[in-house]
Design a protein around this ligand. Sequence first.
Ligand SMILES: *Cc1c(COP(=O)(O)O)cnc(C)c1O
Length: 226
Amino acid sequence: MLAQRLSATLQSLENAAIAAHRPVPRLLAVSKTQTAAAIAALAAAGQHAFGENYVQEAQAKIGELAAQELEWHLVGHLQSNKAELAANLFDWVQTVDRTKLVAALARFRPGDRAPLNVLIQVNIDDEASKHGCDPRDIPGLATAIAAEPRLVLRGLMAIPAPHPDIEMRRAAYRRMAGLFADLATRHPQADTLSMGMSDDFPLAVAEGATMVRIGTALFGSRATTS
Ligand SMILES: *Cc1c(COP(=O)(O)O)cnc(C)c1O
């Protein structure tokens, strides 16, 4: 079942990339609320990179699955008081949106691990309730990240507003692609634009996503937690 969903998702990703004349993006399987057994099943079917939203929930699963050598991404908001734990657990943190977090992650990244891969999360729809930095803050944050030897600036991430009008979403993805192109001229190692989820990833791919973050299309719908 999971293996079938994985191959169907990879096929749609490839189709979207071919239609848009773009390279096929990386697939990040977002495994929040899913069990370690479900993750292991997807890993057995060939999926390598997994995304989690909550540091503590991830800690348990990463521990259980340590023997598998999977790649773990934090895609949920990171509180500063969890930066030490996050810097120890994850291979990527996709939600860096303030300089305080840059300093904390750099300070706590263990010296015996590879440098931590970091994406700057951008609040592309200027939603007051959302996390992510103002687009104008990207250059300053990028400079701060690039100055830290224990961090590698890999690019940008966004969660656009779930606008029912597809053209509004397209516009948000297009603005992200422009910001990413600007960033990459100054920071050539920035190779990742993380955007697109289960309900709209072909649109994100058409606008230049190099990584899509997919949960429900792979695992089925999540148990609702209150
Ligand atoms: C849950 C989540 C996803 C995946 O969403 P689906 O709609 O289940 O594909 C992607 N990115 C982030 C940041 C998420 O929290």
